[in-house]
Ligand binder design. Structure first.
Ligand code: PXP
Length: 236
């Protein structure tokens, strides 16, 4: 079954708005696990505008479910991940100033750059995933980078879902087939929500994990965190 990893960046954004510890990011991570999340994802950014390094350390020691750290592989990020040893690291090509991840890796251009970084994580037993668009050449080159998994960047799917869901899913079906053919695990994320998740999950074979933050935390304001996590899980 596809795992649901809950991205809790938005809890940290809310906490940081006031400077104190409400809501508690650590409690949110523990509760998401209690409420049925199969994993917790965080995306510490260089400016620490939501998740801080302290959060990452605290969460690692408090949860037993899968811990996924996403980020751009700067020297500081690599050092932190090697220290903390999460179950999975997801590499994104973001510059420090972007609002949210907005592009997949060009795994052809950055192959020589990514290869040793991925190897370093794998040497420490950390599963690796790289964020990419659903394009066959990028998936083939991702394999050559040595990664265990790819994370399909689903923003385009989400944007097109309401106008033409058959067309929206097509590149992702082909991408998943290609990934399976060359033995890459498949994660997916970005802009997945209660409306578009079921169709994605139903059509994408061998989907290992989805990572969902913005919509899930927003839904939780109305529906409650426990109920929301269960609703997302039922769609998988
Ligand atoms: N995957 C990656 C690589 C991301 O950067 C994000 C956003 O932090 C997500 C998944 C989750 O996206 P969303 O918050 O839209 O669910």
């Amino acid at each position: 079954m596809t795992k649901l990893s809950v991205n809790i960046n938005k809890i940290a954004t809310l906490r940081n708005a006031r400077g104190g510890n409400t809501p508690s990011v650590l409690k949110a991570a523990i509760d998401c696990q209690l409420f049925g999340a199969d994993g917790i994802t965080v995306h510490p950014r260089p400016d620490q505008r939501h998740i801080t390094k302290r959060d990452v350390i605290n969460i690692k020691s408090a949860i037993t479910t899968e811990f996924n750290i996403e980020g751009y592989p700067s020297e500081d990020f690599i050092k932190m991940v090697l220290e903390i040893k999460p179950h999975q690291v997801t590499l994104v090509p973001d510059g420090p100033d972007v609002l949210t991840s907005c592009a997949g890796w060009d795994t052809i251009q950055y192959q020589q750059y990514l290869k040793p970084i991925i190897q370093q994580f794998k040497n420490e037993g950390i599963r690796t995933s790289i964020f990419i668009d659903p394009l066959a050449p990028m998936i083939e080159a991702a394999k050559l980078c040595g990664t265990d998994r790819i994370e399909l960047y689903t923003e385009n799917y989400a944007n097109q879902y309401n106008s033409n869901k058959e067309q929206a899913i097509e590149p992702y079906i082909l991408a998943a087939e290609k990934a399976t053919e060359i033995d890459l695990g498949i994660n997916a994320g970005h802009d997945l929500n209660l409306d578009n998740l079921a169709y994605f999950s139903k059509n994408i074979k061998n989907l290992d994990e989805v990572s969902i933050g913005h919509a899930l935390i927003s839904d939780a304001l109305y529906l409650g965190l426990e109920n929301t996590i269960q609703m997302y899980k039922r769609l998988l």
